[in-house]
Design a protein around this ligand. Structure first.
Ligand SMILES: [Zn+2]
Length: 514
């Protein structure tokens, strides 16, 4: 099998349909405009990865190499997402660490020098999340996204306005107008804030530059992405009680050494079914939950939204997670969707709990440095496991019993570790696995299979949560690294089990009906 077909084969096609009858006529009228706007976002995202990519993409789609077309559709480029964005085609180079956010041949020295010689204002522009860096007459200069992608954004603006014109829901209308305006003026903040405040909307379109994952050079430039989601208010209301009880739940998270939790406004949890995605959100592995916006001011002053994408989560669970659990346990461990759903939910909630600032005011992320993400992801997982086991039956958190929670959690461990045990999320899962194994909660059988024993689950989860919060509140970067060296190394048991999963899909390849 060629490496191209192998890469495609790791994603199982799943059709994501939805019941149009739940949508009112005005919304149905708005959908084609929203789809157009989002396709524009994909065009920008292609260009952000490489200036030449939009044209290359069109040539591939116009050609007759079906395998290549499938690959480009799935990964939005010639690069393997599970291969660190290496090109899987001889005729293309690997995706550069700079993408097209910076000149491809830029060096750290050139960047540092430009920052050192820049005025305060220029420096701010260079470091801005929403600027493209170009070299002009040997000097680096920053152009704001809304100018750099002016042409694409003008079309997106028109489509968002057209959608706003036809929708009747006032909140949605206001948000769409403001967002259209924000995208072409570069003022994202006001419409981000409006988005967080919108509550009673039938559909929830998220659109704009958000995450900085693709910037492997400095980690500061955001890529464009978009999600179109139908809101499930009934399921969302079930989560309202958890939301109202966040202060009570947060009391169970330790704040060692006078550290402080983040103080945000509301963090509404929204359950949705995704009906379309674009830009980075459409590339390869699908998100099943996210929280936005990232803007520190909006998060501090207004808050953020926790989005749980029910249909994507369920499709991934049925396609990958349950199959993995059955395989590694030789059919003895059965994962179950409801506890898994709440595990993912409480993971997102847990990111907002526990230490965010140290006693001296330093943000935890800054104090720990490069290992922060692995520690924080482990904290979010462990916080989730702990709250489900200890607080199930209170504060709106369902009570599933220790065994069901543990088995669904266990399935999730191996699902995540497959994405790479050295990447931050994978490493976090190795930490949790090793800790629980040390406490006898996970046991390795002589045949290489696994068994779970929930007897010590609560103490094991609690002790790990305390250790991770302690690291966040007071450990030096070296101490954090030493902890990961001890617990984030995958043993033979993990590696052998992962070897037995190679034929199970890594993720889903979503086919939208829209
Ligand atoms: Zn997380």
């Amino acid at each position: 099998m060629s490496k191209v077909s192998e890469a495609i084969g790791k994603f199982k096609p799943v059709s994501i349909g939805f019941d149009h009858s739940v949508l009112s006529d005005d919304i149905k009228k708005a959908l084609p405009y929203l789809k157009n706007a989002m396709d524009g976002i994909t065009r920008i995202f292609l260009r952000q990865q490489s200036e030449a990519l939009p044209q290359v993409y069109d040539e591939v789609m116009a050609g007759n190499d079906e395998e290549k077309k499938s690959f480009f559709k799935l990964f939005l480029g010639p690069w393997g997402q599970l291969e660190n964005y290496k090109s899987l085609f001889d005729e293309f180079n690997d995706r550069p660490a700079t993408c097209a956010f910076y000149p491809v041949d830029i060096t750290k020295e050139e960047w540092e020098e430009a920052l050192a010689n820049a005025s305060e204002e220029e420096k701010e522009q260079l470091l801005d999340t929403y600027t493209v860096i170009e070299r002009e007459n040997g000097k680096l200069k920053a152009t704001p996204y809304h100018e750099y992608f002016k042409e694409e954004l003008a079309d997106i603006f028109d489509n968002l306005e057209a959608a706003a014109d036809v929708v009747e829901n006032e909140e949605l209308k206001k948000y769409l107008y403001e967002r259209a305006e924000g995208l072409v003026t570069g003022n994202y903040r006001d419409s981000d804030a409006t988005w967080v405040r919108t509550k009673n909307v039938p559909i929830d379109p998220v659109i704009g530059p958000f995450e900085v994952y693709a910037d492997d050079f400095m980690g500061i430039k955001a890529t464009y992405e978009a999600f179109l989601m139908v809101v499930d208010h009934e399921k969302g209301n079930q989560l309202k009680e958890i939301e109202d009880n966040l202060p009570n739940i947060s009391k169970h998270f330790p704040l060692p050494a006078n550290s402080k939790a983040a103080v945000g406004g509301m963090a509404p949890m929204i359950v949705v079914n995704q009906i379309y995605a674009a830009g980075e959100a459409r590339q390869g592995i699908m998100a099943s939950a996210f929280n936005l916006p990232n803007d520190a001011w909006v998060r501090g002053e207004v808050g953020w939204k926790q989005i749980m994408i029910y249909n994507i989560m369920k499709a991934k669970f049925d396609t990958c997670t349950t199959v993995i659990a059955e395989r590694v346990s030789n059919g003895t461990i059965h994962a179950d969707f409801d506890p898994y759903f709440y595990f993912v939910l409480m993971h997102e909630v847990s990111h907002g709990l526990g230490p965010a600032y140290r006693a001296d005011g330093t943000p935890v992320a800054k104090a720990i440095g490069k290992n922060y993400t692995a520690i924080e992801e482990a904290k979010a997982d462990t916080g989730s496991l702990f709250t489900l086991v200890k607080l199930g039956g209170q504060y709106g958190i369902p009570s599933y019993g220790k065994n069901r929670v543990l088995d669904s959690f266990f399935a999730g461990l191996f699902r995540s570790m497959r994405f790479g045990v050295h990447e931050a999320h994978g490493a976090a899962n190795v930490v949790e696995y090793n800790w629980l194994k040390e406490k006898g909660v996970i046991q390795v059988l002589p045949d290489g299979g696994f068994k779970t024993d929930a007897t010590n689950l609560e103490e094991a989860a609690e002790s790990l949560l305390y250790e991770l919060c302690r690291i966040e509140a007071e450990a030096t970067p070296d101490e954090a690294a030493a902890f990961l060296k001890k617990y984030a190394e995958p043993g033979r048991d993990i590696l052998d089990a992962l070897d037995r999963l190679t034929d199970i899909p890594i993720d889903i390849c979503v086919e939208y009906e829209l």
